[in-house]
Design a protein around this ligand. Structure first.
Ligand code: UCC
Ligand code: FAD
Length: 565
């Protein structure tokens, strides 16, 4: 053996990803479970084509360009004249055009697949997400805005722009809620709307002034935003016409990730806007956008984890350690298999929400499902963001030192991890979303009953399968102990334990969905995944978890000294 040099000696073979539709077992299961055979047969060739396209040189070059040329903002030109010029990369613009042409938003509004259109849309969006350089962020808000406008029968001309497949006509939307006074709690909003007195402007036209602390899709043509008419009034929701001026960039945010995305602070001066929905019902009106953007958030989370896991799996085939490929090292495979199980569970949760959204849009949703659509997108967003981020971090470690590096766009887990971190923060932080979930859960006696019935129905179907009956019983017992605890506990106690409660609900719902899916055909892999996930519920008894000696009990004295309190 001779000494290695920079160009000789051992060079690790580079792993390559396979088709992002064909090889994704979680996505394949979802499609079989959630779509009728004729729909899945009709869309599979298209998803197969797209599964290659997202890894093509053309798309990978766009990601690289978008990542290496973050947006810039110039207030003045070299002569000192004010130009207020925001520039985004060519890669970013191309990925926008791809999104339009591929119908990433349009599919949902064309409704070619009726009640299943949302599942079809999000299956494609999921494949696109890790190759989108986060263009999925403006797409999420665009989808949310189109939905809110459609629900209020407002501005069909703008909905047309938000949902077209024609890149030259395609607009995106922002979502401006956060101010310096608070993003979780928007009650301190200092943005004011004044009825326009301009001749020819309709009675619904307002001019808006204020300061928005975070605006992600700053290059959008329109936005939904919160503002109030005066200090005594509650918030209303407005459609802002950004392309007509009045939203002035103060500075771009310097961020850990989401590098291609132009996130800015905006000073609003006479931003032309229209009231959407009833005055002073702004939070309620914009909550239909939140439901959609939170589902988008979940789909990105599971998509980023899937891409990271595929990189780790491909690497494990070709990387040898101690004389064996990694894929034959039990401890390594255990780590990856555990992530695979978690991914299947998160896909079930996410696409269950997607299915509810589709039903609701087609008017085929029951009252019980309406309730689930009210509370699950927020909970599932919180759960998938947190769990995917942890999973992506594992995948990074599974590649060793190279995992931590800025790699070629096809294999760059560092980018996915940076971008996944924000999924836990925007669209509501984990604790804020769990807080909302607990409030809804305790809002009426009926709430818990709906969950009990939903779980009972799913478990009833898996109980019929001999192979799954023992695990079905385990899941049912775990739920009963939590349901009893929740029924008797006070709201304040539950709020303080919101995350543990929310995450238990995510786990039990995912378990029920995995069991139900596995029971359909008793596919050995699906059965094994369901069983392993259900086993996580063992020992999750709330009474021992929250006992006085448990690690779940904290108060401020544990982390602050007396003089800090
Ligand atoms: O972060 C942002 C954009 C980032 C980029 C987008 C990326 C998308 C994903 C793509 C990934 C690549 S925009 C900012 C997002 N901000 C938030 O999410 C705010 C988080 N905070 C909350 O969610 C809070 O719970 C608030 C703001 C909703 C609480 O406000 P209030 O004023 O205390 O409101 P209430 O009293 O809780 O709710 C007022 C009404 C109630 O209805 P009524 O009045 O009929 O009783 C609630 O039931 O609104 C209703 N409501 C909801 N309805 C509140 N939340 C919801 C909900 N989630 N669904 C349905
Ligand atoms: P705070 O609300 O001050 O929260 C601080 C901490 O307090 C958090 O840990 C939170 O969990 C906790 N907390 C707050 N309330 C509670 C509670 N009741 N119970 C328990 N814990 C609580 N916003 C927009 O409107 N539009 C955008 O386009 C947009 N883009 C963004 C892009 C990026 C890259 C980032 C990072 C943020 C963006 N945001 C945007 C803002 C984002 O939505 C907010 O940062 C987020 O909602 C949190 O608000 P905050 O920053 O004010 O934190």
């Amino acid at each position: 053996m001779s000494a290695a040099s920079a160009s000789s000696g051992f060079i690790q073979k580079t792993p390559h990803l396979k088709n992002q539709f064909d090889w994704d077992h979680s996505l394949q299961r979802i499609i079989q479970y959630r779509l009728p055979q004729h729909v899945s047969a009709s869309i599979s060739p298209e998803l197969h084509r797209f599964g290659d396209y997202v890894l093509s040189e053309e798309i990978l070059e766009c990601i690289l360009d978008a990542e290496s040329h973050p947006p810039t903002f110039d207030r003045y030109d070299a002569f000192g004249a004010e130009i207020n010029k925001l520039r985004t990369s060519e890669g970013w613009k191309k990925l926008k055009a791809v999104a339009a042409t591929e119908g990433i938003i349009a599919i949902a509004y064309e409704r070619k697949y009726g009640v299943f259109s949302r599942i079809v849309q999000f299956a494609k969006y999921y494949i696109y997400a890790p190759s989108s350089a986060l263009f999925t962020c403006p797409l999420a808000m665009t989808d949310g805005c189109a939905r809110v406008l459609s629900m209020h029968a407002a501005r069909p001309d703008i909905v047309q722009h938000l949902t077209t497949r024609d890149p030259s006509q395609f607009w995106t939307s922002g979502q401006w809620m956060t101010e310096r006074s608070g993003g979780s709690d928007v009650s301190g909003t200092e943005t004011f709307a004044t009825k326009s007195t301009e001749s020819g402007s309709g009675s619904n036209t307002y001019l808006i002034d204020g300061f928005k602390w975070f605006s992600s899709a700053t290059d959008s043509q329109v936005t939904l935003l919160l503002a109030r008419e005066n200090a005594e009034q509650k918030l209303s929701c407005f459609l802002g016409h950004v392309k007509d001026g009045g939203a002035n960039i103060i500075r771009l945010k310097n961020k850990l990730g989401t590098k291609p995305l132009p996130t800015a602070e905006l000073e609003l001066r006479n931003l032309k806007s229209e009231l959407i929905g009833l005055p002073e019902r702004g939070v309620s009106v914009i909550s239909s956008m939140l439901a959609i953007t939170r589902i988008h958030n979940s789909v990105n989370a599971v998509a980023f984890l899937r891409r990271s896991l595929e990189i780790a799996k491909e690497f494990s085939i070709i990387r040898k350690v101690f004389g064996k490929p990694l894929q034959l090292i039990p401890a390594h495979i255990h780590t990856l298999a555990d992530l695979e199980v978690r991914h299947h569970a998160m896909m079930q949760l996410t696409f269950y929400c997607v299915g509810l959204l589709g039903k609701s849009e087609c008017g085929e949703i029951s009252d019980e499902e309406k309730f689930l659509l009210r509370c699950l997108p927020s909970l599932v967003k919180a759960y998938t963001a947190k769990r995917s981020l942890a999973g992506i971090s594992e995948c990074m470690e599974a590649i060793g030192g190279v995992g931590y590096l800025e790699n070629e766009p096809e294999l760059n887990i560092a980018r996915l991890e940076r971008d996944a971190q924000v999924l836990t923060i925007w669209e509501g932080t984990t604790n804020v979303l769990c807080d909302d979930f607990v409030h809804v859960l305790k809002s009426s006696d009926n709430a818990l009953k709906i969950f009990s019935q939903f779980l009972e129905n799913a478990l009833e179907r898996s109980r019929r399968s001999q192979t799954l009956s023992q695990h079905t019983t385990l899941a049912a017992q775990a739920y009963e102990t939590w349901a009893r605890y929740i029924q008797q506990a006070e709201l304040n106690e539950l709020i303080a334990r919101g995350r543990a409660i929310g995450f238990f609900f995510a786990d039990i719902i995912a378990s029920a969905l995995l069991l139900e899916d596995a029971a359909r055909d008793e596919d050995p892999r699906a059965v094994e995944i369901a069983k392993r996930y259900v086993m996580r519920l063992q020992g999750s008894d709330p009474l021992s978890k929250f006992s006085p000696s448990s690690a779940e009990q904290y108060d401020a004295n544990d982390i602050f000294s007396n003089d800090q309190l």
